[in-house]
Design a protein around this ligand. Structure first.
Ligand SMILES: [Zn+2]
Length: 217
């Protein structure tokens, strides 16, 4: 039997995951009763979860309905600036504080992810795990929290930049460079490698958006 707090948290995570996996995309309407049916959760925790997501700006009002928020061009640029700096900081701290076991996990991830080339969705999930591992290796809880916020907002971007042609190989090479710097304990190199990685992801994203505009015309 779930208590109120657990089911509340469940409804929130369930909806968040659904947005994150693009089951619900920016602009999609979220209806309390449909969500309750889909997730088999009663309406009260769903309502509370929706309110919380609205407070976090992941949902927005369109008249009387709640829809998944979308990021405009400036918001997306602002998000990437913050992401680049915070991820860079995480890499710099990881170079100083990561345990040998944590570095080992990163190395194993690099190897595993090679098998996912050609599967953008799987690679996108692996990418998130990889970055999360670096966040944790920074051993700074406040930074981990801030990065969680940034990554939550990343869910509001329509597609993964890993879906772009030729981006997967580049991504994995960049990941390898980041891990090398962390393993060498070189904070400056780790920061630079991660900043460069996020900057390239941003350029890819801008190109994807330009294509989407072209396709819509
Ligand atoms: Zn990455």
């Amino acid at each position: 039997m779930h208590d109120q707090r657990t089911s509340h948290k469940d409804a929130y995570s369930l909806i968040l995951e659904a947005i994150d996996s693009h089951l619900y995309k920016p602009g999609d309407r979220l209806v309390e009763s449909e969500l309750a049916d889909r997730f088999g959760v009663s309406r009260t925790p769903i309502r509370e979860a929706l309110q919380r997501l609205e407070t976090q700006s992941l949902l927005t009002r369109d008249g009387r309905s709640l829809i998944v928020a979308s990021l405009d061009h400036s918001q997306m640029s602002e998000l990437y600036v913050v992401r680049g700096e915070l991820e860079g900081l995480a890499a710099r701290l990881a170079a100083r504080h990561a345990t040998p076991e944590e570095v080992r996990v990163l190395r194993d991830m690099l190897e595993e992810d090679q098998k996912l080339v050609g599967d953008p969705q799987a690679l996108s999930r692996a990418n998130r795990r990889f970055h999360k591992q670096i966040h944790l290796a920074s051993h700074n809880r406040f930074l981990v929290q801030q990065l969680d916020l940034v990554h939550r907002s990343m869910a509001l971007l329509a597609t993964t930049s890993l879906a772009a042609d030729g981006r997967t190989t580049g991504t994995l090479e960049e990941h390898a460079r980041i891990v090398e710097a962390i393993e060498a304990g070189d904070g400056v190199a780790a920061y630079d490698a991660l900043r460069a990685h996020i900057s390239k992801a941003f350029v890819t994203r801008l190109k994807l958006d330009a294509q989407a505009v072209e396709a819509a015309e």
